[in-house]
Design a protein around this ligand. Structure first.
Ligand code: SF4
Ligand code: SF4
Ligand code: FES
Length: 370
């Protein structure tokens, strides 16, 4: 056995089986091959691949470097879901008798076996201009202190290790390979949200372009599969909120989002019949009249007049006013909302009343740094 993977004295071994998609882009040959190894009980998927390569098949191709979830090299799919091989423990899987299928990441061209071409990934990251634009050549002051509250806005985005697992799972990229994608947009948010960056509006205009933030389908698979907790979908939501706050709202997606808010505030309902003219414009709405009438005949949309007003519409108006009063707009508003929900959940678990000042939405607890 490979010396680095020898079981420690007293530790046990497990039998691990994998099925791996072998592929050669040059010949086009593709084959699902089964491998079995005896390994120490603490092995990760990456360790098992190393054992296979060392002992059984030196032609197996995959990427790795750090082996500790830092470099982002070892992204691949296990049973169709993107994982970091060095983060994936095999003990429970092997003990259950399951034989997982290992394949390359999705949405990127496959070169050989588990190795994908990352060039499309990097070109999208580069398109986000991932460097700080402080708006000056020489700083006026020696030190620029960024508050904890400002850092909280980009805390998660800064954790990205560029592994591509989110890109692998993105539904929108599957239908539109030109979509900027979750990793690049999370990187964009990392700079839009940086208090030292002075290029927010220019960046937001770029990210609101075709194939930009509003093309995300909100499937949340990127959040689910990101191994570092970056939550790229949340980053895209922050970019959307920041775009509207900064007046970069020419895209249909922004208009759609704004109409949702107006509709909920004024009637407590989503007024679907007005959604198309408010979002796509009157000309487009007229073109869709026949379709709309068909929907109305089958009771799928309510008539536009009189508007359907919820019995307790005052509640949604109060909520709207509260959010306005607290200034919870833009990316910071989203982060405050996340923190408030976290505090409410924590307080409920601890049996604290959610009306206590400690857990009021939008109010930082006394111990938080400003
Ligand atoms: S939420 Fe958006 S960015 Fe994330 S995987 Fe789905 S479509 Fe892609
Ligand atoms: S956002 Fe997460 S999944 Fe996507 S590249 Fe960064 S670390 Fe990987
Ligand atoms: S080998 Fe570096 S993240 Fe897995």
């Amino acid at each position: 056995m490979h010396s680095e993977l020898a079981p420690a004295p007293g530790s046990t071994t497990i039998d691990v089986a994998l099925k791996i998609w072998r592929y050669d882009a040059e010949t086009g040959e593709k084959e699902l091959k089964r491998y079995e190894v005896e390994a120490p009980d603490w092995v990760t998927l990456l360790d098992v691949l190393d054992l296979i390569k060392d002992k059984q098949d030196g032609t197996l191709a995959y990427r790795k470097s750090c082996r500790m979830m830092i470099c982002g090299s070892c992204g691949m799919r296990m049973d169709g879901a993107a994982v970091l091989a060095c983060k994936t423990r095999m003990y429970d899987i092997a003990k259950s008798g399951h034989v997982p299928v290992i394949s390359p990441m999705g949405n990127l061209p496959v070169r050989k076996d588990l190795v994908v071409d990352m060039d499309p990934f990097w070109s999208k990251i580069r398109a986000m201009k991932p460097w700080l634009d402080p708006g000056y050549e020489e700083p006026a002051e020696k030190e620029r202190i960024v508050s904890q509250q400002q850092m909280n806005v980009i805390h998660k985005e800064a954790l990205c290790i560029m592994c591509g697992c989110c890109v692998s799972e993105c539904n929108s990229m599957e239908s539109d390979p030109e979509f900027f994608g979750p990793a690049a947009l999370a990187k964009g948010m990392r700079f839009v949200g940086d208090a030292r960056d002075q290029a927010d509006v220019a960046r937001l205009n770029d990210y609101n372009a075709e194939h930009g933030i509003w093309d995300c389908t909100r499937c949340y698979f990127c959040n689910e599969r990101c191994p570092k907790g970056v939550d790229p979908r949340d980053a895209i939501a922050k970019l959307g909120a920041e775009s509207i706050k900064q007046g970069v709202d020419h895209d249909m997606g922004a208009k759609h989002a704004k109409w949702f808010v107006t509709s909920a505030k004024t009637t407590g309902w989503l007024r679907e019949t007005e959604l198309v003219p408010k979002t796509q414009g009157v000309v487009s709405a007229i073109k869709q009249t026949k379709f709309a009438l068909g929907l109305a005949r089958r009771g799928k949309v309510p008539p536009p007049v009189p508007p359907h007003v919820a019995a307790r519409v005052d509640e949604s108006r109060k909520l709207y006013n509260l959010v306005k009063e607290q200034g919870r707009d833009g990316a910071l508003g989203i982060v405050q909302g996340e923190h408030a929900l976290g505090r409410i959940e924590f307080a409920e678990q601890a049996g604290v009343k959610t009306s206590d000042p400690e857990v009021r939405p939008g109010v930082e607890p006394p111990h938080a740094e400003g």
